[in-house]
Design a binder for this molecule. Structure first.
Ligand code: FAD
Length: 476
């Protein structure tokens, strides 16, 4: 029986464990904090649970005027409010329950789960070709495991700046916000990538006065520029102070307040500061380089498209590789590693079919080639962007912000990418994702029925417009 040892039980690790067990391997998962990993315990699941409450608040705020809903009570500036302590207790409860469910399903599949810190042992390979993994338990005791293949899926942790050390009370990382009992009155969010934007939007919806400090020209520098523009407009319209091209140099706690010193020397203050300035891979002190596993300049494990590292028998998956920091990609990399290690049919990772979502309001969902790929010549494609303002369902629902954008190849009309900016864009992107994954043409997308009225009608309409444009170009 092939022996597999997996270090790190997040989506990269536990999904791999399930596949390896199904394929008949003897599998051990070593995890420090609990199965589900950061995805379940501190990052993805907690943030989306918090955002679920924020969504209700936004829906309420934006509906009671235009949609004819009136409030019985008056006198208070805001008729509904949030009990953050209660929200955070729910967040933690759900996270623990999900970790527990994952542990149960993994152990039911026959996988051995060990709690502790894992690292590669002995540098090279043993004479029989096997690898050694050393596990150190919380009480300091160690044990050594032999493996035919090892998967490193240890994830990443929040990056901390030396002059902005988190104290867990006023200066926070995204893993610490769930310990707050009261809503931050004035929250400064440093960093306007996906994590910063999601938290800034969520806390604003919950009732905090939010300042978003962004070192770049606009929020979400890695996303579709039109989508980022819509979001930044919405943020500002709702009263957020978005400070572009501004670097936070230092964050200091002063009593019950925080002071953030900006690049030009200006000091802004608030009650809390959330640092969202990227993450660091958990690859230090794991015996990786000693065992021949090459890391890049950021400390991420270098892998190929079937998750192999530079050391024979050692695979890596998920955030520790920095390939595409999403739970879905981590899980896919982990599964691919096991298919490869255990000699099953394997399709190399294809990042061009990954769909991703920014859970702001509106949401921004993306799949396939992007506007940046088209403008730098990486992909020859034509695009159509349809604002949701013209969509009948959007009008009925009072939705003004957002659009559907489709990219297709000029000759064949094959759909190669798309962006949806809308409430629940994460659900709407799937039809475009299917089209990209199956090389469907705009004609095929346009000919499928959509419900009337529906937001997804805009996807079909965008495909029709691309078809017309393609015909006009062929005729001319
Ligand atoms: C705030 C936030 C929100 C996010 N939201 C989403 C989202 O909505 N959708 C999405 O797809 N992605 C989201 N992500 C990204 C997602 O969380 C990560 O891509 C995902 O967690 C990566 O999974 P992983 O298996 O690589 O690592 P992790 O989930 O980080 O798990 C790694 C595990 O390894 C353990 N470990 C580390 N070192 C060792 C060691 N030496 N020995 C034993 N165990 C060890 C850790 O304790 C942890 O349990 C979000 C990220 C953040 C920061």
């Amino acid at each position: 029986m092939t022996r597999i040892v997996i270090i790190g039980g997040g989506p990269g690790g536990y999904e791999a464990a399930l596949v390896a067990a199904q394929l008949g391997a003897e599998v051990t998962v070593v995890d420090r904090d609990g199965l589900g990993g950061s995805a379940v315990l501190t990052d993805c699941v907690p943030s989306k649970t918090l955002i679920a409450t924020a969504e209700v608040m936004t829906g309420f705020d934006s509906s009671h005027g235009e949609l004819g809903i009136t409030l019985a009570c008056d006198g208070s500036e805001r008729a509904i409010s949030v009990d953050l302590g209660k929200v955070n207790r729910r967040v933690k409860r759900l996270a623990i329950a999900q970790s527990h469910d994952i542990t149960q399903s993994v152990t039911r599949a026959g996988v051995t789960v060990l709690r502790g810190r894992g690292r590669l042992g002995t540098g090279g390979q043993a004479a029989d070709g096997s690898r050694e993994v050393v596990v150190e338990a919380a009480d300091g005791s160690t044990q050594s495991l032999r493996a035919d293949a090892v998967l490193i899926s240890t994830g990443a942790h929040p990056r901390e700046l030396p002059d902005a050390a988190p104290d867990g009370e006023r200066i926070l990382t995204w893993t610490q916000v769930y310990d707050l009992d009261e809503l931050p009155r004035e929250l400064i969010v440093v960093g306007s990538g996906v994590t910063g934007a999601e938290f800034a939007g969520a806390y604003q919806a919950l009732g905090s006065k939010v300042t978003l400090v962004s070192s770049r020209d606009r929020v979400l520098p890695g996303e579709d520029p039109d989508a980022a523009e819509v979001l930044e407009d919405v943020f500002r319209r709702r009263g957020m102070n978005v400070m572009g091209r501004t670097r936070a140099e230092r964050v200091k706690r002063v009593g019950d307040r925080v002071e953030v010193t900006l690049g030009d020397g200006t000091v802004i203050t608030g009650t809390h500061c959330l640092m969202a300035v990227g993450s660091i891979p958990n690859t230090a002190d794991m015996g990786l380089e000693e065992a021949g596993v090459k890391l890049n300049d950021w400390g991420q494990v270098k892998v190929d498209r079937v998750s192999r590292t530079s050391a024979p028998g050692v695979y890596a998956a998920g955030d520790c590789t920095g390939v595409f920091m999403l739970a879905s990609v981590a899980a896919m990399q982990g599964r691919i590693a096991m298919y490869h290690a255990l000699g099953d049919a394997v399709q190399p990772l294809n990042l061009k079919t990954v769909s991703s979502n920014v859970f702001t309001d509106p949401e921004i969902a993306t799949v396939g080639y992007t506007a940046a790929d088209v403008s730098c010549g990486k992909m020859d494609a034509v695009e159509v962007k349809l604002p949701l303002r013209g969509n009948p369902r959007a009008k009925m629902q009072g939705i003004r912000d957002g659009f559907v954008k489709l990219f297709c190849r000029p000759g064949t009309g094959i759909v190669v990418g798309g962006v949806v900016v809308a409430p629940r864009a994460s659900e709407l992107i799937h039809s475009i994702s299917l089209a990209v994954d199956n090389n469907l043409t705009v004609e095929q997308v346009a000919s499928a029925f959509t419900v009337y009225p529906s937001l997804s009608g805009s996807t079909a309409e965008a495909a029709r417009q691309l078809h017309i444009r393609k015909r006009a170009e062929t005729d001319s």
